[in-house]
Write a protein that binds this ligand. Structure first.
Ligand code: ME8
Length: 483
């Protein structure tokens, strides 16, 4: 449906900020590509948009990774942060701001936010005693842990969710009155049934909220953790890395000064592993500080390799740079967006990519530029978008209409595969100023309107749109890995 959008509507999209304890993999790229696609789509519709990404650089985990690498923490963080930036550049992630939690503007935002919570009485000095997982930078209750053994057979406790070892922590620090927000959070979710998507995750959060919600420790003793932001007025304490990290969304919005335009129109893309932080802690912090809550939290599941979550700590990661050499940037973007399902985990293997790209990019989309038999053209339209074809009945169209449909596909595919879509539209002689959602208004021609693309000659030859990939090569690589 082509509806006009008021051109001053705003939209602020975010990715999680990524930990810099190791370089990026395909899972991180997936979050970024999902957010990028949503943002490009919003821009196509005429929304003003802000789109932020960046790196999460404080905390015990990073402090330890820098020490293991024998590097100064900031030097270490800068190197890894640059590798995320490089990746996003390669994959045409069209962010408007890249935030690092070690930046001065972020430090100001965090200190200000802390003072507001403290002055309102939501932070108090208390003592924390309980389980803590360093790799997850997360506090856990007794019901969230189980017994296990380490490599040497010694008994240890691990997190039920992540499998990471936990340790008992006992120290004096600052606590946030999270327990006071349980009912407000339930009301918020009940009044906004689409705020967490897909719906399955909305129910998961509501179920979590049925249980007791203890107050949250929001600082660590500086003697244990010095790589972080100091608690205002208490040099003995460092702010908990998750409170620090979540505030990045406000830093980019311009907090504490000019943030009102953006903080009310925020949409977060997050992996399911960090749902609790975004759907419970963050909204509670926001309510406490008197700021608006997010418009939506889009949750996605994980990429696995041989059934296990791809993660830096497990060492089973797929390197996106390496894969883009073989499948191209748009090939990999297309695969991630087409094959990734928000609700369930998806296993990665090369042969899956080859099959999908050959059938959908090389044959169907690539075929749009080949001279076609009349029936072939219809067949391709059917394969590309069944519903669209049903509505517009291309079998009733003449040759000019075929050209119109190719332009439609080109315009609609821009958020997903921007490079290929541009090439297709160049070849179809669609000017760059004619590639917005509003330019699709010509579809009304089928109800008696006029199409500006009608009868246009093709532009200069842009070559084969997407070359078929060799399946045999992919199979050989997978076999080698198995052997
Ligand atoms: O959690 N499949 O950072 P992070 C799909 N710094 N997505 C994956 C993935 C996988 N195998 N692995 C990671 C953090 N991701 C915090 C966030 S936000 C204020 C702070 C994606 O680097 C997924 O979206 O461990 C995950 O939530 C995100 O990368 C960040 O992972």
């Amino acid at each position: 449906k082509v509806n006009a959008v008021s051109h001053n509507e705003k939209h602020y999209l975010t990715t999680p900020i990524f930990y810099v304890n190791a370089g990026p993999h395909i899972g991180h790229l997936y979050s970024a590509v999902l957010a990028d696609c949503l943002c490009r789509y919003k821009r196509l519709r005429g929304f003003k948009s802000k789109f932020s990404t960046g790196t999460d650089e404080h905390g015990l985990k990073i402090q330890q990774a820098a020490a293991d690498a024998g590097k100064d923490p900031l030097v270490f963080c800068t190197e890894v942060s640059e590798s995320f930036k490089d990746l996003f550049k390669t994959f045409n992630i069209s962010y408007t701001d890249y935030v690092r939690t070690t930046e001065e503007r972020h430090l100001r935002a965090v200190s200000h936010f802390w003072k507001i919570l403290f002055d309102k009485g939501f932070i108090y000095k208390g003592s924390y005693e309980g389980w803590y997982s360093i790799p997850d930078e997360s506090f856990l209750t007794e019901s969230q842990i189980t017994s296990s053994h380490d490599k040497n057979g010694n008994p240890i406790k691990v997190s039920l969710e992540s499998g990471h070892q936990v340790e008992w922590m006992k120290e004096e620090n600052y606590m946030f009155r999270l327990s006071e927000f349980r009912i407000s959070l339930i009301h918020w979710l009940q009044e906004h049934p689409r705020v967490i998507q897909p719906e399955r995750f909305h129910h998961i959060v509501l179920r979590w909220l049925e249980e007791d919600l203890p107050d949250l420790s929001v600082s660590r003793q500086r003697s244990r953790l010095n790589w972080g932001i100091e608690v205002p007025g208490d040099p003995e304490q460092t702010i908990y890395v998750w409170l620090d990290a979540l505030i990045n969304y406000l830093t980019v919005a311009g907090y504490p000064e000019e943030h009102a335009d953006w903080s009310g129109v925020t949409y977060h893309v997050v992996g399911k592993d960090i749902l609790k932080f975004h759907a419970i802690y963050w909204p509670a912090f926001l309510i406490a500080s008197g700021l608006p809550l997010p418009q939506a939290i889009y949750v996605h599941s994980h990429w696995t390799a041989n059934g296990l979550k791809m993660s830096k700590s497990l060492g089973n990661v797929v390197n996106p740079h390496e894969k883009s050499q073989r499948f191209t940037v748009d090939g990999l973007r297309y695969f991630l967006l087409r094959q990734g399902v928000p609700d369930t985990d998806c296993d990665y293997y090369d042969d899956k990519i080859v099959k999908l790209l050959n059938s959908e990019l090389a044959d169907s989309l690539g075929g749009l530029l080949k001279p076609l038999h009349r029936l072939e053209a219809i067949n391709q339209c059917v394969r590309l978008t069944n519903g669209f074809v049903q509505r517009h009945a291309p079998w009733k169209l003449n040759r000019n209409d075929e050209h119109d449909l190719r332009c439609v596909f080109g315009i609609l595919l821009q958020p997903v595969i921007p490079v290929l879509a541009d090439r297709l539209l160049d070849r179809l002689s669609v000017e760059s100023s004619e590639r917005t959602w509003d330019d699709l208004a010509f579809l009304r021609k089928y109800k008696g309107g006029y199409c500006p693309f009608e009868g246009r000659a093709l532009g200069p030859d842009t070559g084969v749109l997407f070359c078929r990939l060799d399946r045999l090569e992919a199979m050989k690589t997978s076999m080698k890995k198995i052997i």
